[in-house]
Design a protein around this ligand. Structure first.
Ligand SMILES: [Zn+2]
Length: 63
């Protein structure tokens, strides 16, 4: 067994925090694809079922 096989293997995960604009339900969307452009995706809200496009908001104070 080489030293590489004994190493701790690490993989980067991105966790998007999503808030429904209709009912304000909050959930997360984890992905291993760090290059994914989430602004090109739409989601169905798990609570109210509304399908909406995603807008990236970098302002954490808006939460
Ligand atoms: Zn909703």
């Amino acid at each position: 067994m080489s030293s590489d096989e004994k190493s701790i293997r690490a993989h980067r995960e991105v966790i998007w925090h999503l808030t429904c604009g209709h009912c304000h339900y909050y959930w997360t969307y984890p992905t291993m694809n760090i290059d994914e452009d989430i602004s090109k995706k739409s989601f169905h809200c798990p609570l109210c079922g509304q399908n909406s496009k995603t807008v990236v908001d970098d302002n954490l104070n808006a939460l």
